[in-house]
Design a protein around this ligand. Structure first.
Ligand SMILES: Nc1ncnc2c1ncn2[C@@H]1O[C@H](COP(=O)(O)OP(=O)(O)OP(=O)(O)O)[C@@H](O)[C@H]1O
Ligand SMILES: [Mg+2]
Length: 274
């Protein structure tokens, strides 16, 4: 694919209006309220914030599956095509999305190998023999060697998410949006999947927008972190700086829920709180 994968979100606003409620008029939610971020090629940008802060809305807009109310998204300088158009469908190959629940993302009636081949076929990649070979290689890369004939119900939650990752990365995307991609998994499995995502990033040079409500998860994968609250980014910076020297009260409150990685970090935080 051409270009490197610089994703720019410029002053993104997304307003939801819900129909008149039982007790009154329409309610308006500004789910995303003027967010500007740049994901550099090959970078992992973590987005953290409490439930309802607008992370998933921002992720869908970044992935191009939802249009902003105002603002612009460009990938390598090019705005996304109109949602649903043929050009837009082609563009989706370059920006993949991974969600929280892999059992919902996979088709229960088709073996995972077939789903991975189908994804390539939808984008006109290779011939049938080439797709089969690449499917096998991709499954091996994600730690599911020779498991193409398995159905999702024959896999653990962590293995299902590996299959979802294989299906996304086989398309050779420039950017992958991970929305709570490990949140439903056991803590030990979370670490394995994060390691896998890091390995694949190093191998393929992809960028991740890594969304999670859990700052402890985000720290292990992010180069930079943006902290979101009520639709706004309140603080952003290199991951180490956010942890060592959080500027915003809200970031400190999120940090308080995460165990310190080292005694030095714990002491630094105690000084901040004191
Ligand atoms: N399709 C929609 N229609 C109406 N309101 C919506 C819609 N999607 C999201 N919202 C509202 O927008 C706000 C942000 O929601 P969003 O799902 O982006 O938050 P989030 O940070 O991903 O939360 P969580 O951590 O719980 O996943 C919330 O107030 C939510 O109720
Ligand atoms: Mg969400």
């Amino acid at each position: 694919m051409s270009g490197k994968g610089r994703l720019i979100l410029d002053d993104i606003v997304r307003v939801y209006r819900s129909g008149g409620s039982l007790f009154g008029g329409k309610t308006v939610v500004r789910a995303v309220d003027g967010v500007s971020i740049t994901l550099e090629p090959g970078e992992t940008l973590g987005i953290v914030g409490e439930s309802g802060s607008g992370k998933s809305t921002l992720g869908r807009i970044a992935a191009g599956i939802e249009a902003p109310t105002s603002g612009h998204v460009t990938l390598d300088g090019k705005p996304y095509a109109r949602i649903g158009s043929a050009a837009w469908r082609r563009e989706r190959r370059g920006v993949q999305m991974i969600f929280q629940n892999p059992s919902k993302a996979l088709d229960p009636r088709m073996a995972i190998g077939g789903q991975i081949e189908e994804a390539m076929q939808a984008h006109g990649m290779f011939d049938a023999a080439g797709r089969k070979q690449r499917m096998g290689e991709m499954l091996a890369l994600v730690g599911l060697p020779g498991m193409g004939a398995r159905f999702s119900h024959q896999l653990s939650g962590g293995q299902q998410q590996r299959a979802v990752i294989a299906r996304a990365l086989v398309l050779d995307p420039k950017v992958v949006i991970c929305d709570e991609a490990v949140s439903a998994l056991d803590v030990s499995v979370q670490a394995q999947i994060i390691n896998l995502l890091n390995d694949l990033k190093a191998r393929f040079g992809i960028g991740y927008l890594f969304i999670s409500h859990d700052l402890g998860v985000v720290r292990h994968i992010s180069d930079r972190i943006a902290v979101m609250r009520k639709g706004v980014i309140v603080e952003a910076g290199p991951a180490a700086e956010i942890f060592a020297n959080p500027q915003h009260e809200y970031t400190r409150s999120l940090l308080a829920a995460v165990p310190a990685a080292t005694p030095a970090e714990r002491r630094a935080r105690e000084r901040l709180i004191a």
